[in-house]
Structure formats: structure tokens, C-alpha cells
Design a protein around this ligand. Sequence first.
Ligand code: BG6
Length: 499
Amino acid sequence: MVIFGAGGDLAWRKLVPALYNLFLDHHLPERFAIVGIARRQMTDDEFRQRLREGVDLFSRRGKAEERAWSEFASRLSYCAGDFTASGSDALIGRRLEEYDRQWETRAVRVFYLAIPPNLVEAAARQLEQLGVCRDCDRDRLVVEKPFGRDLESARDLDRVLTSMFAETQIYRIDHYLGKETVQNILALRFANSLFEPVWNRRYIDHVQITVAETVGVEDRGDYYDRAGALRDMVQNHLLQLLCLIAMEPPVSFAADEVRNKKVDVLRAIRAIRPDEVHKMAVRGQYGRGTVSGKAVPAYRDEPDVAADSSTETYAALKLFIDNWRWQGVPFYLRTGKRLHAKISEVTILFRPAPHQLFPAAAVENWQPNRLVLRIQPEEGIITRIQVKQPGTRLLLGPVDMQFRYSNAFRATSPEAYETLLLDVMRGDATLFMRADQVESAWSVISPILEVWEAVPSADFPDYPAGSWGPEAADLLIAREGQSWLQPAIEESLAGEGTP
Ligand code: BG6
């Protein structure tokens, strides 16, 4: 595996800890090597030392154990080079050939582009020139999100990449698809017969998808200020979640079958006209505030962010899917940085029972059914149902039935990147995005991107760090007589249940 951008955050926090865990779990082949490439000068040992710090900090198993680490580290090496400048990384080619000679076989090669979107094309061209990624069966290219920065640039990038590599060699990664609970959405929907009959407009009132983060932009201000929440989260992670909730049952679990069904959803999302953007989408940017008891700066005061930045750190959308199953059911999506809690979850809100036969006094505390698919933290599924409360009076109230991964299973779940890296090595593209999927996702958000870029918000910053986002987001959903479900989330997180 060759990691371009190996000196960066992604390799440090995610990729190498994931590879190390795969190694510990004996998922890596006996003969494997990881070659890092980046601009900064580093010796192999310095590279290994830096990655070890990353593993100590971010591995799900905690600090690396000496013996296992040294065995793993012996497979790590580093090449300093500017991969965007022609000829500078010929070293990589030589190193790969050396491995093939040593192992007496032509190895499977994975080229991981852990680099900003604007460098992807240059790096891919370099690979093509070097001729190291030409075996359609054995050579694979992993491209991180966001893929392009809008529909046009994504199409251009696709054209460039597919002129050099086969589509089957290109793995467009969205790490949300590797998360255990995200994959469990498919299992829940299609391995149980309980849900399918009610999974439609007759029984479902609306769907809320929340991906809330407490972190700010950390040290990624330079990238984030050019991206914003729509590109960074909605175009990929949130729309992927929506696809999994809304897709028709696939005929099989074959990569293309699953991906076809997802593309169908994206294509059915009702296009938003420019004059409707203000009614269907809300943006926000955090000001200073307090998160988990700690004072934090405003977005505009973060490193590498413009002092007058109009980049959104929060986005909320209302989408409709124009097909038989979902006609008229709103899907609300929201995501933001520096929000009150770190929570990713999907809530399906069901319609009220069609006939209310209980006396009014009995149902004061009544709530419609809901199904919460929690992705993080405390991965699990919560079903809210109405029951009679104990006592001599007839009083109904909601209770939650909870399934928690941590209670139900002893084994810890692999990190999303572990699952996905292993899939790339095995050549399974089911959990990766195809070109048409990425382009359809850009088409969904393009009108919003265009309007927001043309008219910068005059109100930024408009939510304090540590809150649940701008007030306008509450209005977006209130127009349909609904509200975001954050209080319920907090109750459940505290493990108190309801009522
Ligand atoms: C990344 C985004 O794709 O996902 C980040 O670029 C974001 O801005 C991260 O913080 C969130 O991932 P997770 O797995 O922590 O929910």
C-alpha cells in the first residue's frame, strides 16, 4: 500500500491505526508493506515514530504494544517527494519492483490518495506516468472525499481518472459506509420482515438524519474554509445515510446491485430551484461559546480561516424523494461543527395511530412511534413505543426499547477504515461510491452551493459553539409542524430512558 500524503492527518489518525489493528487481527497478508510518500523530509525511523504516536493516541486498542509494533513497523517505509511534480517519485516505482522481486510475485498494489482534492488529479497523472498502476485486477486507487468540489469538477476528475484507470480500479471512499451501524441499516431493513411493510409513506411521517460534532475545524482550517459543511459532510456522509434508509431492496448484495439502488434514490430526490433554497436549506457558522465546559473560539478565529469567512459550519436541508414509496415524506438532514454533543443518528418518525380510542386524559403524554438508528456514540437501535404506565389509572406514556451493540456483543467493532481498507485489499467495492453516485450527490446539493456562494450570509456567526445550531434550522422543520429531536437524544445518552 502506498499512501500519498502520508505526513498528513488522515494517515496519522485513521489509516495507520486501522492498518495496525488489521495487522493485530491477522487480516493483513504475511507479505505486505506500507510505503508513505509526502513532501516533508523524514527518515524511515522518524516516519515510524510519528505513526506510532498516532497509533498510541487514536487506535481503538490504545497504546501500541512494543513487540507487535516493531513487527508492524518493519513493514513501514517512507519516501520524501513532491508527488505533483513530474519524475519526483520514480523512487516509488523502484521500491514496488523490489518488493515484487523479494516476494517472487506481482503484488496487489493499493495507492491511497490521502491528499486534498485539488491534488488528486496531479497525483493520479504521476501514477499513470510511472506505469505502476496499470494492472486492472491487481492495482487499485483509493480517492478520499470530497470527490471534486462541485458537479462539474467531479465530472472532470472522473473523466481524467477513467482515461487512465478502469472504473473497477477506483475506490471512492466515504468512511461512513464502513461504520458498523451504518452497515447495520441494511441488515435491519433487509434481514428482518418486520420493517419492510411499514417502511413507506403510509406509515412514516418524516425522517431526521443528524450528524452533530463537538469538534471545530481543528488543524484543517485551510481545507475546511474552502469546503464547508455541505461539501465536507452532506454531499457524502449524510446523503449516503439517506440512501440506505430510502433505497429499494436490492436483489442481491453484489456491489453494483446495491449501488444501483442507491443511485436510484439520489436521482429521485426532488431538485431544489434556486428561488426555493432559502425554504429548503439553512446554513450557519459558529461563534465563540462553550463546548463540554470549555471556552472555544469562533470559527473565524480558528487557524487558517479567513477573518471574514462566509463558509458554513452548519447545514440543514429538507429533501423530498419523488417515488411511490416516499412521496410527500420530508427527509430532514442536519450536520454541524461545535454543536452541543457528538451524535450521529437517523430517526424514523411514524404517523400517529389512525384512531385514538383512549380518553384524552390517558394520552396527554402520548407520542408517535419512532425508531432511532444510532450510529455513534453508543451504537444501537432504540424503538419508542407507548405503554400503559403502572397504576390504577389508565395513563399511557412512551418507553424506549434499546438495543446496544456494547451490551449485545462482547467483541469490539472494527473502525470504519479497517473494514474499508480490507475491502480494498480484497477487491470488494460494495461499500465504495461509483462515479454516477458521486455525481448524482453533487447534483442534489449543487443549487444550494451555487446560491450560498453567490450570496454570502450577512448573519454569520449565527450560532454559539455548544448550541444545537442556528435558530433558522428550527424554523425549517417547524414549518411542517415538526421539531428536531435533540432533547430525546440527550435523555437516552444519559441512559435514563423515557419517561
Ligand atoms: C470527515 C470530515 O469526513 O468526517 C470531518 O471531513 C468530520 O470534518 C469527520 O469531522 C466525521 O467523522 P466521524 O467518523 O468522526 O463521524
